[in-house]
Design a protein around this ligand. Structure first.
Ligand code: PL4
Length: 409
């Protein structure tokens, strides 16, 4: 008799973002004339830049001739793109070999799949709140017990609160795999070099591995803040880094990302090179490579001109963040993030629960956001607004909030 993976039954709720889409759809069905402004899912809205489009077109063009046509490529990614990604790290004074770079179809699949190369016995630590993929995939893999009071048994939750400026210290106990995200989704907090160093020191002492999701690194403008964990000495021995073209180049629907698995990584039971070989084996077995057209687009994004053009789009989103933050603060809402990160993390007014505030904002202002509790128990009482959006939509949403949201001071 075939048996299902009953770990799925442990998942406390549906995946967060489809749940938001479902509730928004229900509201629109009940209020067909309402104009809803979506600041919920972090989804890019601005068109691809000229050089990106030229790159993608070149990818298509190449498929039109016998000489340049390509079919399956290397599962790890095209050499030119792997080299360009490795070269990008030299901007942070980090030297990487191109065979430490694995091109993928995005940071979500990589951050979901990476746990599969580690033993089921590993103890997992996550920031709370965090991008839900880290927790849910470890639940599905059987590394947790049941969910009780919003926390899965066996997981170590590193609370991110106002008191620690939404970035935790390393755990007191010994853990094996640590998920960190900076700039953070959902809080918008960005780790300093000192804060990352504390984790790198912890990981080296405890032979733990950090999975560092830097999907929003391009939103950092403060030069003193690290864009890659490898800016911290010793991180290549203990950290895997995952990044994406989604938010930095508008590839949310195009799909392209990468993971760095340094050769120097070591664990308690493996020597340098082994984790890199395992991820290589995993990818070559389960993945058939990113689209050759898209990889050509990725190369164009990483060109000097591509980087300059995409910086302008990032600045546009960050101007949105400023508008949202200032608008909310003007009506007395306490806000965090929104600087060096495209998310505004707000305290719900009048101590409303995150989902109650979701309903209130949707009903009173026709604005969709993301309930903080969907990112973990410490997110309860908070709410995330995304700065990805057309300017006119953002302005309208902020005006609606300022004029219609009933906040008791
Ligand atoms: C909705 C920290 C967004 N359906 O596009 P990818 O796969 O390269 O990157 C996804 C990703 C990876 N790491 C972090 C992220 O925040 C995201 C995207 N998060 C959000 O609103 O939190 C989009 C979510 C999408 C999803 O499930 O990822």
């Amino acid at each position: 008799m075939v048996k299902i993976n009953t770990n799925y039954d442990k998942l406390a709720a549906g995946y967060l973002f489809p749940e938001i889409a479902k509730r928004t759809k229900a509201f629109l069905e009940a209020n067909p004339n309402a104009e809803v402004m979506k600041l919920g899912i972090g989804n890019t809205t601005e068109p691809l830049t000229k050089s990106t489009l030229d790159g993608l077109s070149k990818g298509v063009e190449k498929l039109s001739t016998v000489e340049e046509y390509s079919g399956y490529g290397d599962e790890q990614g095209n050499t030119a793109l792997r080299e360009a990604i490795a070269k990008k790290y030299s901007n942070y004074k980090v030297a990487l070999d191109s065979n430490e770079v694995f091109v993928s179809d995005g940071a979500k699949p990589d951050s979901a799949n990476i746990q599969s190369i580690f033993s089921k016995d590993n103890i997992i630590a996550v920031q709370d709140p965090a991008y839900p993929v880290y927790v849910d995939t470890n639940v599905i893999a059987g590394r947790t017990g049941e969910s009780k009071d919003g926390q899965y048994e066996g997981l170590v939750y590193m609370s991110c609160t106002e008191e620690n400026c939404f970035f935790p210290s390393p755990p007191k106990e010994k853990v094996d795999l640590i998920y960190l995200c900076s700039p953070n989704n959902p809080t918008g907090a960005v780790a300093t070099k000192e804060q990352l160093k504390a984790f790198v020191d912890y990981a080296r002492e405890n032979k733990a591995i950090i999975i560092f999701d830097s999907a929003y690194s391009e939103f950092i403008t403060d030069e003193s803040l690290p864009r890659s964990i490898y800016e911290i000495e010793g991180a290549k021995e203990c950290a895997i880094e995952i990044n994406s073209f989604s938010k930095s180049a508008g590839f949310t629907g195009v799909r392209l990302g990468w993971t760095i698995v340094p050769k120097a990584l070591v664990t308690e039971d493996s020597d340098a090179g082994k984790i890199n070989a395992l991820w290589n084996r995993r990818q070559t077995t389960f993945f058939n490579g990113a689209s050759n057209i898209v990889q050509e687009g990725g190369l164009a994004v990483l060109s000097e001109q591509g980087q300059a053009e995409n910086k302008e789009v990032i600045n546009y989103y960050m101007d949105n963040a400023k508008i949202i933050k200032e608008g909310l603060e003007a009506i007395g809402v306490k806000c965090f993030g929104g600087v060096n990160a495209p998310y505004i993390w707000m305290k719900t007014p009048n101590n409303l629960s995150s989902w109650d505030f979701f309903d209130k904002l949707l009903n009173e202002c026709h604005v969709v956001g993301t309930p903080g509790s969907g990112f973990g128990p410490a997110g309860e009482g908070y709410f995330r607004l995304s700065a990805f959006g057309h300017r006119e939509n953002i302005l309208k949403a902020v005006e609606e909030i300022k004029s219609k949201l009933k906040v008791e001071q």
